[in-house]
Design a protein around this ligand. Structure first.
Ligand code: MG
Ligand code: MG
Length: 633
């Protein structure tokens, strides 16, 4: 199976699309009819540009409303087809892409439709061309790929074959068994799209909500497994109609597309036990074992305040870097690296983003293997300057240009803190914070699918459906990604929350636009006893986000809670939720200059993220005119 893409996936002019497709490393593409019509040059010129870019045109699609025309219009329809075959000749492609008719006067009848295709196949064959037939989910008489296949079978012509589009098959939940039985030489072309599960008419769903494999909820794995059984080795081509992609950078979307196809084909190959296409060899996805450390880029002016906050949260400065102005802060299993070095990555990150999280290190079974996979799926590796005897920790570029490091126990990487840092002798007595619970990243709404794909193609991860959270300034879309999370065990695996806002007035959007770009907006830390932790933090001067009394009145009405518990929550500004597994408590520090804040959580079995409280938290944060968050002393 050869990775391919349709021009309709991308923004820009046809030339920009072709250049982006070639730059991403594709060698095959479909040209969407409208892109060609809008192009000011001749088809021969398009063919030449593609040739210069090393691109082969598979088809110019679609050819509409062909089959089942009543006699009065049939001859004209075949004339149209001949013009399309002429055009294909000029473009140098050989596949006529027919999608099932939506014409109101189209006539039904398998044999009639098969006869139309036999004749079209005969005409195409004279030119050395082929005809493929795709069932649109909303076709007039043919909306099921199994009917399309029956028509192709009855047409019984070597130049007539089936086209499959995963969206049209999976959106209708059609049985996949028939795919397995299609002979390889009758399957002419395969289009690939994923989509989120939505309740809407298939046409709008398809035209606006398609996305790349791994970004949606369709069962593409089963589709690919059925395809693998046929032995199909032709193009698998992304045909993604998505408003966000059409508004995004053509080059970035094209790279995402190739990444998603590499992952899709490789995954199917690993299940089938053989290589299914020209995709790079790559190790399997790693299951994350935990967040090893979080690194903040802090300039020297802001460092004293930031370090006061860390001390207020119970952290101690346990290590000083051997060669750089970098310190290590610890409490429980939480490690925070504060980087104020005037050289290197963190410094330039700080110049662009202010005090912020510049890197996150994930603990994986084999860091080198994870880096190998990242490279294979076109992520950007990063290597910084290191001093003598110091570790070169494998890393890739992540959200907003931040780094994602990989650390393991099979190499010396797991000993980074003792190899790169000198002990200060300080010990954290702590306030009962034990582990990193989750990391929340804010980004442009348009970027969300990119970063979802970044994580899910790299690591073994489960994603939740997207949820809408109401901010006083608009709606924030929120999506959870979890890897290696088992129950509520603190610090096990990775819990990530991606937030994207379409309104420019939400806190998530302001974090991105008013402050310093996409990045980590908050980190949640697990507490063994949240009330004790908040009491100690407050005593040390950390400001806690004030929650209105109405919230607690409502809580008493919603849940049957002991009065002393709600009284304590009210006193310490702790929010509450519960699921069938147990209760959940959460509290927030006020935000730092730049919009970052810490969250303290206690999950007693609970598996969620306090979704029902997110709106309350956002309203409370919006009320704070001047964010401070730092202890005053
Ligand atoms: Mg299609
Ligand atoms: Mg949170």
């Amino acid at each position: 199976m050869i990775p391919a893409i349709a021009t309709v996936c991308l923004s820009g002019t046809l030339r920009e699309k072709l250049e982006a497709i070639a730059a991403a490393g594709f060698t095959e593409l479909e040209i969407f009819e409208n892109d060609l019509i809008a192009f000011p040059g001749s088809p021969a010129e398009v063919r030449r540009i593609c040739g210069d870019l090393g691109l082969r045109i598979i088809t110019v699609q679609p050819f509409r409303d062909f089959e089942g025309m009543p006699d009065a219009r049939r001859a004209k329809t075949f004339d149209r087809a001949e013009r399309k075959l002429d055009l294909m000749g000029e473009l140098g492609c050989d596949l006529l892409f027919v999608c099932s008719s939506v014409a109101p006067d189209a006539l039904p009848g398998m044999d009639r439709l098969a006869a139309d295709f036999r004749e079209l196949g005969e005409r195409a064959a004279k030119r050395g061309m082929r005809v493929g037939f795709e069932a649109l989910a909303w076709g007039r008489h043919v909306g099921d790929y199994r009917d399309a296949w029956e028509i192709v079978r009855r047409a019984d012509h070597p130049s007539v074959g089936l086209i499959l589009d995963s969206f049209h098959v999976l959106a209708r939940d059609l049985d996949l068994a028939t795919i397995r039985n299609v002979p390889k030489d009758r399957l002419f072309f395969v289009q690939i799209a994923d989509a989120p599960k939505l309740q809407m008419d298939p046409l709008s769903w398809s035209r606006h909500w398609r996305c790349m494999p791994g970004q949606g909820d369709l069962d593409l794995a089963s589709f690919m497994d059925a395809l693998a059984v046929t032995g199909y080795d032709g193009p698998v081509s992304l045909e993604i109609f998505n408003d966000r992609f059409r508004a995004g950078s053509a080059r970035a979307v094209a790279v995402d597309g190739r990444r998603s196809l590499f992952t899709l084909i490789d995954d199917a190959g690993k299940r089938a036990g053989r290589k299914l296409g020209p995709v790079p060899d790559m190790p399997p996805r790693a299951t994350v074992k935990g967040v090893e450390f979080i690194e903040f880029a802090v300039d020297e002016n802001e460092r004293p305040g930031f370090e006061r906050l860390l001390r207020g949260l119970g952290f101690a400065a346990t290590g000083r870097h051997r060669s750089k102005d970098v310190s290590l802060w610890e409490q429980g299993a939480i490690r925070i690296v504060v980087n104020s070095d005037r050289e290197g990555f963190a410094h330039s990150y700080n110049l662009n983003h202010g005090t912020s999280v510049c890197a996150m290190a994930l603990k994986v079974p084999d860091a080198r293997a994870t880096l190998e996979r990242a490279k294979a799926i076109l992520e950007q590796p990063y290597s910084g300057a290191i001093g003598p005897g110091e570790l070169d920790i494998p890393a890739v570029r992540g959200l907003g240009g931040s780094l994602v490091y990989f650390v393991d126990d099979v190499s010396s990487l797991g000993r980074w803190s003792e190899l790169d840092f000198l002990p200060t002798g300080e010990k954290a007595e702590g306030i009962g914070l034990t582990a990193v619970d989750h990391v929340s990243q804010s980004m442009q709404y348009e970027e969300m699918l990119t970063w979802l794909l970044f994580y899910t193609s790299l690591i073994e991860a489960r994603k939740s459906p997207t949820q809408a959270v109401i901010d006083p300034g608009g709606v924030v879309q929120s999506q959870v990604i979890e890897s290696g999370v088992a129950g509520d065990a603190p610090g096990a695996g990775l819990r990530l929350v991606l937030n994207g806002s379409q309104s420019h007035r939400t806190l998530a959007a302001r974090f991105v636009t008013d402050f310093f770009g996409s990045g980590v907006q908050h980190i949640a830390l697990d507490a063994t006893d949240i009330f004790a932790a908040v009491e100690k933090m407050t005593a040390r001067g950390v400001e806690i986000l004030d929650i209105p009394d109405n919230y607690y009145d409502d809580l008493e009405a919603r849940f049957d809670l002991p009065a002393d518990l709600t009284a304590r929550m009210r006193r310490f500004n702790v929010l509450y939720d519960r699921d069938e597994r147990g209760p959940f408590y959460q509290a927030y520090t006020t935000t730092l200059e730049g919009g970052f804040f810490f969250e303290i959580v206690q999950r007693d079995g609970y598996a969620g993220y306090g979704g029902p409280n997110a709106g309350i938290r956002l309203a409370a944060q919006a009320r704070l005119a001047r964010p401070t968050g730092m202890p005053s002393r």
